[in-house]
Design a binder for this molecule. Sequence first.
Ligand code: GLV
Ligand code: MN
Ligand code: MN
Length: 436
Amino acid sequence: MNRRDFTSMTLGGLAGMALRPRVALAQGDLKVNGNRINAHIKALSEFGKNPEGGVSRVAYSDADRAGRAAVMEWMKAAKLDPVIDAAGNIIARRAGTEPSRKPLLFGSHIDSVPNGGNYDGDVGTLSAIEVAQTFAEHNVVTRHPLEIVIWQNEEGGLFGSRAVSGQIKPGELQTVSNSGKTVEQGIAFIGGDPSKLDTVKRKKGDIAGYFELHIEQGGILDKNNENIGVVEGIVGIKQWEVTVTGFQNHAGTTAMADRHDALLSAARFVEMVNRVVRSISGRQVGTVGRIQAFPGAPNVIPGKVVCSLELRDLDDSKIDSMFARIKREAKAIGDLNQTTFAYTELHTNVAAPSDARMRKIISDAAAGLGLTRRLMPSGAGHDAQAMATLGPMGMIFIPSVGGISHAPKEFSRPADITNGANVLLRSVLAADKLLD
Ligand code: GLV
Ligand code: MN
Ligand code: MN
């Protein structure tokens, strides 16, 4: 007898029926309350609301803390008992009938980028709570314990999920986040305890599996009129802080030929990064998204520039080879006017393939609901890639209208969100049967 037969036999067995009186009967038709998810999305959009119609709810801001408090109330209404772990993640455990099994996790994040939208992270988070609420309302009890998770500071570099996967490097807690607080200060601000970060670490095999529902953030599903994306893998992301050092001097008296202008070198660097990344075939991307010149006055030649560099690809080694070439070319740029480039790594999200069983579970769940689906990569980073180091990971995408994301105009249709949540619900139930 293979494991699948054994599992279905156990589930159909009398002992199982006694423990889960309605699960076997109700599972096939079980549906989330889509209106409730969409109402929660609207209510969450009030926290950090910006005039453009999106949110600025960056991690560790007052809006983030208030939004988390509201979401914890909704978790309680879903018969969950959320706790904040030492890393600042919100986690609620729902007991299973077989407590010795490793937990099955699902969730997302609610922090946003500066001037972001109302769907990135929120859709997966609020749908995860809705799935738990639907289970509670229909007395569904799974074999595995379930953990509904809201990761903290996803946008700043998967800090909450990487704390759990043990990937935070020494010094990373001193990273200054978009809130202005260091990650260490921020974790304390949202109710965690950064001195006990080690206590949240889990190791490979400590989870039965992880699902995350998310908006696509690109335009492929929308353009092709497809309902569900089954994620095949998530890009690796590396970010650096780049410091260009020149010589600060008077903008009126220093001849053009005598300048060591750090901003001029930085401008050449921005152009070069774009050229290098585009010169290679493939889907890799490279971005300089933040730049600041010092001292920052119209009549002073900048002596220092600090900017960011981000590289992404599904293949981590390609990121490394692009970075090596960028450093070489930057050195040549610096030599033109005696400026220097130095790099401090900000963080790394390693590329992560999804698990073949999880892809099939998601695809079958979507098919069972009559939804069209596409296997596709994720160009955005997700907490799921940290979870992939601990156990089988699966991600469900729904369409982003016009492919707009990380912007106030980000939008996903309520019906697509409901579809995604129903796929999540069915996937959790199927994984509960199939996974160890
Ligand atoms: C997260 O949204 C990222 O891809 O940066
Ligand atoms: Mn996200
Ligand atoms: Mn995002």
